[in-house]
Design a protein. Structure first.
Length: 341
């Protein structure tokens, strides 16, 4: 098997060389070129045809985001953004990046090398499998809106690679009549609060980063905070709230979709709709199966619209997915199922 050809784009010569040295230590990866700005990167893409590009957002002569907007229509390429803690990363995802990693604020070379080996390497390998033609916003589908309040119902969503845009494309089509939503998107600490604010500004529903004690309410979505805590759904009276508490990684993730979905199966049973979106691996697949066995209705994103058809495929193969839908049809299917409950 040929190694993954990588182009490294960063204006810091020190960081650039660290990336090259440590990425090349993995036999599955070969850095074919480096660039300090988008103009050098464009020439390197034409000369070397890399499989994946790592891209800093803050670059001289042209920002990484502007470069992505110009690049993707002409030379579709899986891109992993390396970003400091900034909501600009979501502009990069909208412009076509597959995934991102948070640039560590560290003082030692060893810590940087650990970051490259333990985080960036994984993202590069996942990105090499991504289908770039599927990173796009979709035309809103016609919805069948709820005819009455159904406060006993809720929606649970889980996603990973490619999920920031996929979640947006689903929830932007939800109105304020949608039952409360709980969501896990694999993301580094700090970024989930910015992502929640971004969705809150762009969508009709209210969106916030979840805290223990938050009620699950109609027309709102709670997103599990990135870091070392899982989000659980609990039944309280005639409604629900969430608990966010520390726990070990499940399926390699914290927060984990699996943990959320299993708690939804226990707390909500047949009063829930579960949705599993694009992502590498199988996090959430068994939890979605538990939800379906408890009577919940379930939806999986189809292969043709996934950036990475991993989590939805595992769920489908387990028999956890009742309806497999294109991304543009998931909101409509959600409403159709809720109206029958």
């Amino acid at each position: 098997m040929q190694p993954i050809k990588v182009l490294v784009v960063d204006d810091s010569i020190v960081f650039r060389e660290l990336l090259v040295q440590n990425l090349n230590k993995d036999p599955a990866i070969r850095v074919v070129a480096t660039a300090k700005d988008p103009f050098e990167a464009r020439d390197a893409i034409l000369a070397h045809r890399p499989d994946v590009m790592t891209l800093d957002i803050e670059l001289p002569r042209m920002s990484g985001i502007e470069f992505l907007r110009k690049l993707m229509p002409q030379y579709p390429l899986p891109v992993v953004v390396i970003s400091s803690l900034s909501d600009k990363v979501f502009d990069a995802m909208s412009a076509g990046a597959v995934d991102f990693v948070a640039k560590p604020a560290v003082s030692s070379r060893r810590q940087l090398e650990d970051f490259i080996r333990n985080e960036l390497l994984v993202k590069v390998k996942i990105a090499s499998t991504a289908k770039i033609g599927n990173i796009k916003r979709v035309v809103p589908a016609q919805q069948s809106y709820l005819s009455a309040k159904k406060n006993h119902l809720l929606v649970a969503i889980g996603a990973s690679t490619g999920g920031t845009e996929a979640i947006f494309n689903v929830v932007k089509d939800y109105g304020t009549d949608i039952p409360g939503i709980v969501c896990v998107q694999h993301m580094p600490p700090g970024f989930t609060a910015m992502y929640a604010k971004r969705l809150n500004d762009q969508c009709r529903i209210r969106v916030k980063e979840a805290e223990t004690g938050d009620r699950v309410q109609q027309g709102s979505m709670l997103i599990a905070p990135g870091g070392d805590r899982h989000m659980h759904l609990v039944k309280v009276g005639d409604g629900y709230q969430v608990e966010v508490k520390p726990g070990p990684k499940v399926n390699g993730h914290c927060p984990s979709v699996e943990v959320l979905f299993e708690s939804v199966a226990r707390a909500a049973g047949a009063d829930a709709v579960g949705i599993i979106l694009t992502g590498m691996g199988g996090d959430g697949a068994k939890g979605l199966l538990s939800m379906r066995k408890a009577g919940a209705r379930t939806i999986g994103q189809d292969e043709s619209t996934c950036v990475v058809y991993g989590m939805p495929k595992v769920a489908y193969d387990l028999g956890a997915v009742e309806y497999q839908e294109k991304l543009s049809d998931i909101a409509g299917r959600t409403y159709a199922l809720l109206n029958k409950m």
